[in-house]
Ligand binder design. Structure first.
Ligand SMILES: [Zn+2]
Length: 545
């Protein structure tokens, strides 16, 4: 092999006998999917902006071109150095990045360009169009960088290439021109800054500033949580109550064992959060966590949702589609409200769990899946089994480990820490500075039985954050039903005066009755006159009319 015409990819490539290393012209080379570079480009543009991303790709290409020129100098026996200097485009083509056709012209008006070429099939224009759509400016940044790096090394002086046309901005092909730095007219030097290392420093500066901002935000969040008296649990869960601590402990221990888990508890207790905790602390945490609410999908769609379907297997199945089991391969599938799965589907679900394979609707073959299932229900599944509504074998299969999350009313110690955590989160989300709960509001939160559990508490707190006018949540900012909760008769650490208890209780019952005094008096088994006297004594406006 000799000279430019004889360049052959097969002769430039070498494979180490043991594998794992490929060499191009003696230097280690990588085979890479261009989509990864396309995705990286999209991320860098989103994170740092177009200018900084362009600088990075230009410099990347430049370094690649420079190193290729260096390696090629000795990798091939060149008849003369001019051929080596002209080989950049040919190498670019051999590497599969772009097809380069040199333009040799003698009839230009102005000074003849140092190098000129027409490019087709640029991988970079293709990726830019794919991930970001048509651009206003040329987009073959790393390719022009490569050409510049190659030419600069070979000619021992800076030669810079620019695209005058580019497929990425809608032209039929890319047209590039390279000139020594000094020969670029002043109005064309805009693109030169992308070659400057200062550009990288600018990027680093931006990244550093972005990091500082994130750190400031994190610090502020930590401070607001600390002000609210919330200590952080790594999982973001609050568990002062022993019953809840036991659940978290068991969840953490069973996370490590690759087994099916059934999470039970009333609705709103946070079953999905527990499922996520199990996923995050398992060996599957780097793979997908996919949640599906079995009650939210109609029976006919549930099968194709879970197992996928073949094209044409039913009306509307216009494509082959994998189901959620396949999508969760390697990870965790969370089946919420599994108690709502209809009997026919229960059998198919059991089969998928036992055989560890799924069959798409309309297909005859099965596919292996490696999925851990965490299921949840607010039904008493053993009762459903007894009534014949839920398959016993599926029940046992799901309930290898059962985590029963206690309702909020059974973990009263958690109510205030949870409320403070939710308050800090809602304040952050809504951009409102609310520092805490007034003693009255806190008292009231403890009195209310929270039938909707953590979800209801979250909604109540969010509403309070929106309504509250002062620096903290007052009793009046709480929802009607929470305000109306009568005082509990269980003595707390600070026993209350009987007279206060009576006053609060009477006012709460009155509120529950919408201010109807006769019904209130009847329920309390006291005379209307007595009620009236007491209200007057409390200075209550109901006493005035
Ligand atoms: Zn281009």
């Amino acid at each position: 092999m000799a000279g430019l015409e004889g360049l052959d990819l097969r002769e430039l490539l070498a494979f180490e006998p043991k594998g794992g290393v490929i060499r191009f012209a003696g230097q280690r080379a990588l085979l890479m999917d261009p989509v990864t570079l396309g995705l990286l480009r999209k991320e860098l543009i989103g994170m740092l902006g177009m200018t900084a991303a362009r600088g990075i790709f230009t410099r990347l290409g430049y370094a690649h071109g420079w190193r290729t020129a260096e390696a090629m100098r000795t990798a091939v026996a060149w008849p003369d150095e001019a051929e080596w200097r002209r080989a950049g485009g040919r190498l670019h083509t051999l590497m599969g990045q772009v097809r380069v056709e040199r333009i040799e012209r003698k009839d230009t008006d102005g000074p003849e360009p140092f190098a000129e070429a027409q490019w087709s099939d640029s991988y970079e224009a293709e990726q830019h169009l794919l991930h970001l759509g048509q651009a206003e400016e040329p987009v073959c940044w790393s390719l022009t960088g490569f050409a510049s790096g190659y030419l600069s090394y070979c000619n021992n002086k800076p030669i810079y290439c620019a695209e005058l046309k580019c497929v990425g901005k809608g032209d039929a092909f890319c047209h590039i021109v390279g000139r020594p730095e000094a020969e670029w007219s002043t109005e064309c030097t805009e693109f030169l800054r992308f070659y400057e290392t200062q550009c990288m420093e600018g990027v680093l500066g931006q990244v550093t500033e972005a990091l500082r901002q994130t750190e400031r935000k994190l610090r502020a969040k930590r401070q607001s949580l600390a002000r609210a008296g919330v200590t952080e649990d790594p999982s973001g869960m609050v568990a002062r109550a022993e019953s809840m601590q036991r659940v978290l402990n068991l969840a953490r221990r069973s996370a490590k064992v690759d087994t099916t888990i059934l999470v039970t508890g009333e609705s709103g207790v946070g079953k999905e959060r527990i499922a996520r905790l199990i996923h995050d602390e398992s060996g599957r945490s780097h793979k997908a966590f996919i949640a599906v609410n079995c009650a939210a999908v109609t029976e006919s769609l549930l099968e194709s949702e879970l197992f996928g379907h073949a094209k044409g297997s039913f009306t509307g199945a216009t494509n082959d589609r994998p189901g959620l089991f396949e999508a969760a391969h390697g990870g965790t599938l969370f089946l919420d409200e599994v108690g709502e799965v209809p009997p026919a589907m229960q059998a198919k679900l059991l089969r998928a769990l036992q055989e560890r394979e799924v069959r798409r609707v309309g297909e005859n073959t099965s596919r292996k899946v490696d999925v851990r299932v965490v299921a949840a229900t607010n039904r008493e599944l053993s009762e459903e089994v007894r009534l014949g509504r839920f398959r016993q074998d599926l029940f046992y299969r799901l309930r290898v480990i059962e985590l029963r999350i206690p309702p909020l009313r059974e973990r009263k110690e958690d109510i205030l820490p949870l409320a403070r955590l939710l308050l800090a989160e809602a304040g952050e989300r809504l951009g409102r500075r609310v520092n805490g709960l007034s003693p009255d509001a806190a008292d009231q939160l403890l009195r209310y039985p929270w039938p909707g559990n953590v979800r209801e508490l979250g909604n109540a707190i969010e509403r309070a954050v929106v309504l509250c006018e002062g620096p903290r949540v007052e009793r009046d900012d709480l929802p009607e039903e929470v305000r109306a909760a009568p005082p509990s008769l269980v003595p707390t650490r600070n026993p209350r005066r009987l007279e206060d208890m009576e006053k609060e209780y009477i006012l709460a019952v009155l509120a529950q009755n919408g201010g109807n005094r006769s019904r209130t008096a009847e329920q309390l088994d006291i005379g209307v006159a007595t009620l009236y006297r007491k209200l007057k004594q409390y200075g209550h406006p109901e006493a005035a009319h």
